[in-house]
Design a protein around this ligand. Structure first.
Ligand SMILES: Nc1ncnc2c1ncn2[C@@H]1O[C@H](COP(=O)(O)OP(=O)(O)OP(=O)(O)O)[C@@H](O)[C@H]1O
Length: 259
């Protein structure tokens, strides 16, 4: 990959108070339009890595570069403007259950609006229209006026994707987006994320626990173990056994890694 990456980690370490080293000299580059899957045991550093991309957490050492900006140096309005270019989808959806589906999607525009919004019709018409378009895209236009908590888990996650899309992100981060879903809904949500990524040229970084989903939808897999990259390889040609080895072997035994 010769051109500048959309997301670049250069020897990034993160030490939390209490001594946990959640990231340990992580270096990786994510190119435009790539769908990169992070795999690793619980506690291996996947969420921490994602949180460094939009500056929710800051590196103890090393450099995180996103869309040409050194994230560690951004403050205030510069950081907010970077975050508007980065959508985030979480395992627990983070919808407001008592609000309609459409209003939940509208909240994706709050970063660009002044002041609080209470009620669907306090959002500008253009925002409501754009939100409706995103709901059509994720196949939930018919549910727009339902309370969010009446939807299934898979539908709620599709609403969360629509909300993230409202800000027209260039990067989509997804932290275990299908961990709470049944297998069919999980496949649907992954399919949606991959399809939208492809159609919009989005760069996607997604953490997963399911190796099979990673192999089906990812372009590349990065395996983490105790905060270190132990596998970094294209999915094409990667066997399930090789991918599974992230969970069973230590770094030096794995292929495709480091120096
Ligand atoms: N705010 C924090 N303060 C202290 N330690 C933390 C903090 N956040 C994460 N950690 C620790 O950093 C390590 C990596 O955590 P992280 O949540 O990134 O792992 P993960 O791979 O996303 O795990 P999971 O799959 O369970 O979500 C863990 O040991 C965790 O306990």
């Amino acid at each position: 990959m010769s051109e500048e990456p959309v997301v670049g980690f250069d020897r990034v370490s993160k030490a939390f108070d209490g001594g946990v080293r959640a990231l340990d000299e992580v270096s990786l580059r994510v190119g435009a339009g790539e769908l990169l899957v992070l795999l690793g045991l619980s506690g291996s550093g996947k969420s921490t890595l994602l949180r460094h991309v939009d500056g929710l957490q800051r590196a103890t050492s090393g450099t995180v570069t996103v869309l040409g900006r050194d994230v560690g140096r951004l403050r205030g309005s510069e950081l907010r403007s970077l975050r508007r270019r980065v959508g985030f989808v979480f395992q627990q959806f983070h919808l407001v259950g008592s609000l309609t589906v459409l209003e939940n999607v509208c909240t994706g525009a709050l970063g660009t609006l002044r002041g609080p919004r209470l009620g669907l019709f306090t959002y500008p018409r253009r925002v409501r229209h754009a939100a409706m378009e995103r709901l059509e895209r994720v196949g939930l236009a018919d549910q727009a006026m339902q309370r969010a908590d009446t939807l299934s888990g898979g539908q709620q996650q599709r609403v969360a994707v629509a909300r993230a899309l409202l800000q027209r992100p260039e990067i989509l981060l997804a932290d275990e987006p299908v961990a709470s879903l049944d297998p069919d809904s999980a496949a649907q949500v992954m399919n949606l994320i991959a399809e939208i990524g492809r159609e919009d040229g989005l760069t996607v970084v997604c953490s997963l626990h399911q190796v099979d989903l990673a192999l089906s939808w990812g372009h590349r897999i990065v395996g983490l173990r105790s905060g270190r990259v132990v596998l970094d390889t294209p999915v094409h040609g990667l066997s399930r056994e090789e991918a599974m080895s992230i969970y069973s072997k230590v770094g030096s035994e794995l292929s495709g890694v480091g120096p």
